[in-house]
Design a protein. Structure first.
Length: 288
């Protein structure tokens, strides 16, 4: 049994007010719940407070019931939105992908080895190419082709599958389609996307080849929540690596894909561990 087993997680957000930390810790102490770890942040820019607490109920279910009884009215006075996550909760994740397999492969490996506490009930793609990989893992694969004319119908099918399989998180693991405004609104705050972050920025076809032609010195990746601003949603994690004249386009691509995979996995881990808090178009991310 690991040190983190049997720990509950309390997450909460509210407007900045005197006594926010106290109301949380006092309620936990009075109900015999032992605080193991705690992170909090007061954002002066948005005047919002975020807190994450890992705790152990010393009295089992009795401690939990007493905490809810004490904390609910107190939290209401602070306009505090809060959530309890039970120990060893496994988040149900829908993965969307096109043809590139590096991010999908990485997530499936971390899922298979237990590094990520997730279940993957389905994989959705607009191409059939990665179906054998899904079948090898015993995961249903839904090939839903898309054209400009069929986009509304395809996205409605995607939405129905996400709900049918009771998914709590959607991961766009190099899904090379721009979501409609309506679909982005549906997934706002609970869908994670990944894209390369070359400096300076290169858009369009073969960005790594464009970057090589300009002698790029940094390659990177950004994982962010989906919203209606293409590749500009609230950032969760970023990765970067220095390169130089020795790296040809194919090597830049390989390095970029490795960074994309690692950065996306970190973003998924932070999300499922309840470490990410949205404050407008920014995030508060507590380290693990």
């Amino acid at each position: 049994m690991g040190a983190k087993d049997n720990l509950w997680i309390l997450t909460a957000q509210c407007p900045s007010r005197l006594g926010t930390v106290d109301v949380v810790t006092r309620s936990l102490a009075e109900s015999e719940n032992y605080v193991v770890a705690m992170n909090s942040f007061d954002d002066k820019a948005t005047e919002s407070f975020s807190i994450r607490v890992e705790f152990r109920p010393l009295g089992g279910e009795t401690s939990l019931e007493k905490f809810r009884e004490l904390f609910e009215p107190r939290a209401e006075r602070f306009d505090m939105q809060w959530q309890l996550t039970e120990p060893n909760h496994r988040t149900r994740v829908a993965i969307m992908v096109s043809k590139y397999d590096h991010c999908l492969n990485d997530l499936l490996y971390r899922y298979r080895t237990g590094e990520l506490a997730i279940d993957i009930p389905l994989i959705i793609s607009n191409h059939p190419d990665l179906k054998p990989l899904a079948e090898w893992h015993g995961i249903p694969y839904f090939h839903l082709p898309i054209t400009p004319d069929t986009k509304p119908e395809q996205e409605e099918q995607v939405w129905q599958l996400i709900n049918e399989y009771r998914c709590e998180l959607v991961v766009l693991a190099r899904y090379m389609q721009v979501l409609s405004a309506a679909m982005a609104a549906r997934l706002d705050g609970w869908a994670i996307n990944i894209h390369h972050s070359l400096l300076p920025g290169f858009k369009g076809a073969k960005p790594y080849h464009q970057a090589w032609e300009k002698g790029v010195k940094l390659v990177g990746a950004t994982a962010h929540y989906v919203n209606n601003d293409l590749d500009e949603g609230p950032i969760i994690t970023q990765g970067v690596q220095a390169v130089d004249h020795n790296h040809y386009p194919e090597e830049l691509v390989a390095k970029g894909q490795d960074i994309e995979s690692h950065t996306l996995a970190n973003a998924v881990r932070y999300h499922i561990q309840k470490r990410v808090f949205l404050t407008g178009n920014r995030t508060v991310v507590f380290p693990d």
